[in-house]
Design a protein around this ligand. Structure first.
Ligand code: SF4
Ligand code: SF4
Length: 256
């Protein structure tokens, strides 16, 4: 997302039915102003879309366009777009005419000016994740002065963010999870999570060209699918992360 500073966040929580007026178009005086000096966190599905749009492998994309940070709350690695070192710290994809990868832009850019978060709540049925929304109101953003009316729900649909959320749901749930013992992840776990979340082309090589298949018993049809289907590979990556974080026994070891 553009990760807002707290001063930019409207405190009211929104629901899918909340209404607002907003329109962003090349005619606004602030056009592309929001595409500089921001933290945009990427999801696994964002990276698939962006690297394919640019005709790059995942590792080429990550090297050129991202930097890694560690979430201080969960110690999970996170990939963020690396801003340019120009005067405005511009996003590498912005030009005076707008975003050069617009139809494949990340989910958090699609959501803007709505921010989205998830609470982990204790209920009678156990821990559940509850989504919430809020406005990001930057003083320079003139889109709020326009007359087009939305609900959060219609905005999400219009911006194509509902598909992104559906595909990222499982990964987001993993991201929210803290180790029950309170121990931070070790560097080995962090690099495996990074690999299986973001660097899917290298992850595929790890599956097929290392000893991975000597250790784990993976059904042939699943292996065939992940050879050609990147969404299936991404979901396989989520299973692998769950296995290494001991969330679920998603893989069986091969019998010797
Ligand atoms: S600052 Fe607001 S209105 Fe201006 S380009 Fe960005 S989102 Fe659109
Ligand atoms: S990816 Fe596109 S929409 Fe997002 S900040 Fe960069 S230029 Fe703006």
């Amino acid at each position: 997302m553009p990760l807002p500073s707290m001063k930019d966040v409207e405190p009211a929580q929104l629901t899918l039915k909340s209404r607002f007026k907003f329109r962003c178009h090349p005619g606004v005086k602030c056009f592309t102003k929001c595409c500089s000096n921001i933290n945009i966190m990427l999801t696994p599905y964002d990276i698939i879309r962006m690297k394919n749009r640019l005709g790059m492998t995942s590792s080429e994309f990550l090297d050129k366009y991202t930097h890694m940070d560690i979430d201080p709350r969960t110690s999970h690695p996170i990939a963020l777009i690396k801003m340019l070192k120009d005067e405005n710290k511009s996003c590498p994809f912005v030009t005076p005419d707008g975003c050069t990868i617009y139809s494949d832009r990340p989910a958090n850019c699609r959501y803007y000016p709505i921010g989205q978060g998830t609470w982990r709540k204790s209920t009678e049925k156990g821990i559940v994740n509850e989504e919430f929304y809020f406005f990001i109101k930057e003083s320079y953003c003139l889109g709020y002065q326009e007359d087009t009316e939305w609900t959060v729900e219609s905005w999400r649909k219009d911006q194509g963010v509902d598909l992104c959320d559906e595909l990222n749901k499982e990964w987001k749930e993993i991201q929210l999870r803290k180790d029950p013992t309170g121990k931070p992840l070790d560097p080995g776990q962090q690099s495996q999570i990074y690999l299986a979340s973001y660097d899917l082309d290298t992850f595929k090589k790890f599956i097929f060209e290392s000893k991975f298949l000597d250790v784990f018993d993976i059904p042939d049809d699943e292996l065939e699918k992940i050879k050609t289907d990147e969404i299936a590979l991404m979901k396989f990556g989520f299973k692998y992360i769950k296995y290494i974080l001991l969330i679920e026994e998603t893989f069986k070891l091969k019998k010797k």
